[in-house]
Design a protein. Sequence first.
Length: 302
Amino acid sequence: MVRHITAGIDGSAESLAAAHWAAREALRRGVSLNLVHAWTWHPRPAPSVPADRTERDWAEQTLDRAAGSIRAAHPGLRVVERLVADSAVAALLAAVEDEELLVLGSRGLSGVAGFMVGSVSQRLVARSSRPLVLVRAGESAADEHFTTLDGVSPDEIPETPYRDVVLGLDTPRPSDELIEFAFESARRCGATLHVIHAFGTPRVQPADGPWAPVTGPELIAAQEHAMVATLRPWCEKFPEVSVVETVSEGRPATALVRASSGASLVVVGRRTRDSHLGTHIGAVTHAVLHHVGCPVAVVPHD
């Protein structure tokens, strides 16, 4: 089955940035790009709809503008426009069933504050059956590459290396889907894969004393050994991918946010098992979505 990449369009700057990121990723994968814009009729149209236009007319124009921008920037890419009369969540969940990837814009607070995930994005992250990437407004092709000479665009120097792809890895419960997505992402770009594993300090309670933390070089060495063992078959499968491993004590989200400052993409997972409270994103992924500035890929897995 031929798959595609889908980008959700809503007329915002962040959704246009997401569509351009999706276009670049579609070219890297050799697939086409679907642009989906969902609209619903309201008795009182939103203030953004001009008084002399119907909601459908405005939706068509919004989609056409985005498609025109993508085609102008990427003339060799096949772009398909899809206007859907439905809620954004329902339309995108239906559209992504047979797709490789869903890409959405996410509202940024500021240059360093990170993501303010909107309600639509939050629900799609929690419910999508396919990997999903969130992109902030202002993200461009130049941000994917290491810094070049002043005034020189990475597009003018194709060999300019990509920034690292960062993977958050839980070695006690590794996911094949998550690891493979990160390795494939790094392989397509020729980027280094930086794998992060952070762990909380375990505690023990001696028979004659209070709970005490377990620390020491042996603990770090054991965690490093577990990471190497987990990644070994993937390094053998993707020998062309350079891998850097970092193991540290502390909060995983803090380690991922720190590593993301020089990254082109951060890859995290979301377990698909529902809790008694319903489907949720997970504490680490939730924190990464709110505080990481570069694009974030969320990969659902068992």
